[in-house]
Design a protein around this ligand. Structure first.
Ligand code: ADP
Ligand code: MG
Length: 221
């Protein structure tokens, strides 16, 4: 599903270097990428999502080589085909919960917002237990609730690839398990590949495959 080859990346400023010779992740796999803060986990997700481009090497998702696309095509691919739960959620503070969940359909000309999409958004909200908060603004929610809004938004387009960046950061243990349960259930129901990035080693036992970021940078996986 995801194939990375001979990837080299660095930011225009600073000394950080990322080098991954080879990484293959199969369709439907549920993978945790573990590594300390600052090791480049968010950078890797941003590369897979086409938010940033590598200096060299290629990244293929399904049939699409995202590293060959221009910025506009990468954005379209990301919004329509990838579900992303950002480390800081990226909720828009002036939109209510329902409109935050519907955001992909508001920003992509390729997606049509109709009644069935609204119903799906409501159903996702029910699944994660925030259906009574659809009219609230993000600032009127707890951290755990905001996180669940981000998960609903990521799932809305039924993406075959779900990327979750520290989705349990800042949550207590009960909420951590809850958010991971939701992500796993949703990924299973959609047959989606799930890549969760975390520095929380207590959570790793839940995943079928754990990639140690330090090993990945040395040898590939
Ligand atoms: P992680 O998610 O594992 O904590 P990141 O991928 O966020 O790590 O960051 C990896 C390294 O790249 C860090 O040293 C960080 O300071 C650096 N970095 C992140 N974003 C930028 C940027 N936009 N410009 C320069 N350096 C950056
Ligand atoms: Mg990070």
């Amino acid at each position: 599903m995801i194939n990375i080859r001979q990837l080299r990346f660095r930011y225009p400023t600073g000394t950080f270097r990322l080098r991954i010779e080879k990484l293959d992740i199969a369709q439907g796999e549920k993978v945790a990428v573990a590594g300390p803060s600052g090791s480049g986990k968010t950078t890797l997700l941003n590369l897979i999502a086409g938010i940033v481009l590598p200096d060299s090497g290629c990244i293929t998702t399904g049939e699409t080589r995202i590293t060959d696309l221009d910025e506009r095509a990468r954005r379209e691919f990301r919004v329509c085909r990838i579900g992303m739960v950002f480390q800081e959620f990226e909720l828009l503070e002036y939109l209510n919960v329902l409109d935050n969940i519907l955001l992909p359909y508001r920003i992509s000309p390729a997606l049509t917002l109709d009644q069935s999409v609204r119903e799906r958004a409501r159903k996702l909200a029910v699944d994660v237990g925030i259906e009574d908060k659809l009219r609230r603004l993000p600032r009127q929610l707890s951290q755990g609730e905001r996180q669940r809004v981000a998960v609903c938004r990521a799932m809305l387009t039924r993406p075959r690839l779900l990327l979750a960046d520290e989705p349990t950061g800042n949550l207590d243990m009960d909420n951590k398990d809850r958010v991971l349960d939701i992500l796993e259930e949703q990924a299973t129901a959609a047959g989606a590949t799930l890549i969760t990035v975390t520095h929380d080693r207590d959570l790793l036992h839940r995943f079928s495959r754990v990639i140690d970021f330090a090993d990945l940078r040395e040898t590939g996986a």
